[in-house]
Design a protein around this ligand. Structure first.
Ligand code: SAH
Length: 241
């Protein structure tokens, strides 16, 4: 059995042959495009299976605590080459997925990949989180707002919380420093209308370090002023402003 199937099975996530076939195509496209455009640092087979595909699908451990995802809206901010959004869409085709990415060459790849995999109900946006957060078409519209490897938690809270509907949630994939990052970001999270719901530890076969899924509840409307204009959240993270 391959690493991806075995790793998912450890976490009680069932992968079907059709999922594996889609991940095979995804991997081939990633490697082939990566030769021309630098999309991701990880392209070796084992690294991609564990750090891209398996790591993305572990989000289900936080997304499906009560019931299976069906038609919920998810937005993946700073998705890069599609992680974690596209692997989740492969496993749960009923979701409405929006992929946000500030780099044009990456959105080209995403558009190609979505077509190649025959995915429907996926919107690829070449945009910055700060702009979408002030756009009525996107602000406070999503059931789930997610990101992996985009920014430190305080900055991420300003990118993500404005996009979640009240009653919706934010999911940030984090590494070993998750608890410390969340602690530093807590005041900003509350100020932006959020509340820390839980940190789910994730252990994966083939990965020594532990990963965490940080889940925030969107409790109240985000103050109008946030997110600030592009570049500001990272230049002057909230706690320090
Ligand atoms: N989530 C992917 C990519 C991580 S790299 C993965 O885990 O593999 C971070 C990506 O976020 C980059 O592609 C970068 O262009 C994008 N990004 C960073 N800040 C952003 C912002 N404010 N709005 C939109 N995209 C952003």
């Amino acid at each position: 059995m391959d690493l991806l199937t075995a790793g998912a099975r450890d976490l009680q996530i069932a992968l079907e042959p059709a999922h594996l076939a889609a991940f095979r195509i995804y991997y081939e496209e990633l490697v082939s495009w990566n030769e021309k455009f630098n999309l991701t640092a990880i392209t070796d087979y084992k690294g991609a299976q564990v750090r891209h595909f398996l790591d993305s699908v572990t989000c289900l451990l936080a997304l499906e605590t009560q019931r299976r995802l069906t038609s919920q809206s998810l937005i993946d901010v700073g998705t890069g080459a599609g992680f974690p959004g596209i692997p989740l869409k492969v496993l749960r085709p009923g979701i409405k997925l929006t992929l946000v990415e500030a780099t044009r060459k990456k959105t080209h790849f995403l558009e190609h990949l979505v077509q190649r995999l025959g995915l429907s109900n996926v919107t690829v946006l070449h945009a910055r989180a700060e702009t979408l957060g002030q756009d009525p078409a996107h602000r406070e519209r999503y059931d789930w707002v997610m990101a992996r490897a985009v920014a430190e938690m305080t900055i991420l809270a300003e990118y993500l919380l404005p996009l979640a509907r009240i009653g919706g949630r934010v999911l940030a994939q984090k590494g070993e420093d998750a608890a410390a990052e969340v602690q530093l970001a807590e005041a900003a999270i509350v100020y932006l209308g959020g509340r820390v719901q839980q940190l789910v530890p994730v252990e994966m076969r083939g990965l020594v370090e532990r990963r965490y899924l940080v889940v925030l509840d969107k409790k109240a409307a985000t103050p109008e002023k946030y997110p600030r204009r592009p570049g500001m959240p990272s230049k002057r993270p909230l706690e320090k402003s």
